[in-house]
Write a protein that binds this ligand. Structure first.
Ligand SMILES: *Cc1c(COP(=O)(O)O)cnc(C)c1O
Length: 393
């Protein structure tokens, strides 16, 4: 019996809808894409959604749509998947890492403010906060700061579809709802809440950005008369543009999702709330089991609005525990190796000691199995393996 840290849940219904789509007229760019986009936008409370080939491509298009360019600086957290930072580099911009809040593990807004205050206004272009582990960033606070410095925000919500924070008026603000950020992105990689194989989504409330993203997703090509800039005569028409006509206006990409992936995503989305409920239950069980054990640190209790992509604890002898769990078929994982100390980012001058809270967190963190189909018996097995490891030490 192997227990991974996260895994997808594919049901008979999921399989059925994928087969139906495979037997339909469309494999890509069919009706399921728009259906998935509309359902997802509704799920997170945003106006628009654009389905993308994967979360990394979604980040790339966001950085392009917001005109990241050479010489521009963007702030993100070191404790994230590398793609959150890499999207800035794709466009030639410079990544500046803040530090995390050691209690929440989220990008510490005070570390961001310090960076902004230390440079002339205009040095920085944007902020990419991450709803790390599924815990929603307080974007209301970030929006206030961003407005002061005329910055945009891309919310990396890959860990948190269905998560929310409570704003200063007591309103629940869903991750990716676009109320406090220009753009938000999600991933449908199998370890995330909703699995499409590969897949991603961008959400926004900004119509101009939405249109730009649609264009960039498909080679920079537009197919509607009101957007054309070449003349009708050039296009080969007489009174209007001929039906075959289209224009490539920007250097875009092919970052489309397929129709059968969208069908799978739609089917998965219909169970997303159930999945979060189960994840919260699993979190509560871990919390109760470890509460008061002196060898387990970093438990924050069950946090309201947390989408629990990951359940993380901090422990001494993390290597010993990790290996012991593996020997017992439990594949815990480490999230993440601080981005600023990856060899790629070290070349820009980042070094040990630059972001002490992130680096200290990395020494201790370990992510325990967390996914809706983890059974109660399996979770008890994980808990007792951890307790046995420390109590026998
Ligand atoms: C998974 C993930 C991504 C990238 O998504 P892919 O679909 O794997 O490209 C980006 N940011 C975070 C925080 C992620 O967890």
């Amino acid at each position: 019996m192997n227990i991974p840290y996260g895994r997808q849940n594919i049901t008979e219904e999921d399989i059925k809808v994928v087969i139906e789509t495979l037997q339909s007229d469309y494999l890509t760019q069919g009706p399921k894409i728009l259906e998935f986009e509309e359902a997802f936008a509704k799920y997170v409370g945003a106006k628009y959604a654009v389905a993308i080939a994967n979360g990394t491509a979604a980040l790339h298009l966001c950085a392009m749509a917001l005109d990241v360019e050479q010489g521009q600086k963007v702030i993100t957290t070191p404790i994230t998947f590398a793609a959150s930072a890499n999207c800035v580099r794709y466009c030639g911009g410079e990544v500046v890492f803040g530090d995390i809040d050691p209690e929440t593990y989220l990008l510490d807004i005070n570390s961001v403010r310090k960076l902004l205050e230390a440079s002339p206004k205009g040095t920085y272009q944007g902020i990419i906060p991450v709803d790390f582990a599924g815990r929603a960033v307080d974007l209301e606070a970030y929006k206030k700061l961003a407005d002061e410095y005329n910055l945009w925000i891309i919310e990396d919500a890959c860990h948190a579809p269905g998560g929310y924070f409570t704003d200063s008026k007591g309103q629940q603000q869903l991750c990716g709802n676009g109320n406090f950020a220009e753009l938000a992105i999600f991933s449908f990689h199998p370890v995330k809440h909703i699995a499409c194989g590969e897949g991603g989504m961008i959400t926004t409330n900004d119509e101009a950005l939405y249109k730009k993203l649609l264009k960039l997703r498909t080679h920079g090509i537009v197919k509607s008369e009101d957007q054309y800039t070449n003349s009708i005569a050039f296009a080969g028409g007489d009174e209007k543009y001929p039906l075959w006509y289209m224009e490539m206006q920007d250097l875009g990409y092919n970052y489309r999702l397929t129709d059968f992936q969208a069908a799978l995503g739609l089917s998965q989305l219909s169970r997303a709330n159930e999945g979060i409920d189960r994840r919260r239950q699993i979190a509560a069980t871990y919390f109760d089991a470890f509460n008061g054990k002196d060898y387990i640190q970093g438990q924050s209790g069950v946090v309201e609005g947390h989408a629990y992509h990951l359940y993380i604890i901090e422990v001494e002898n993390r290597l010993g525990l990790y290996n012991y769990l593996r020997e017992h078929g439990i594949y815990a994982q480490i999230h993440y190796i601080p981005c600023h100390l990856m060899p790629y980012y070290r070349q820009f001058g980042w070094k040990e000691g630059d972001r002490p809270f992130s680096e200290n967190y990395y020494k201790l963190c370990i992510s325990l199995p967390m996914y809706p189909t983890l059974s109660e018996a399996q979770q008890q097995y994980v808990i007792s393996a951890i307790n046995t490891f420390y109590e026998a030490e």
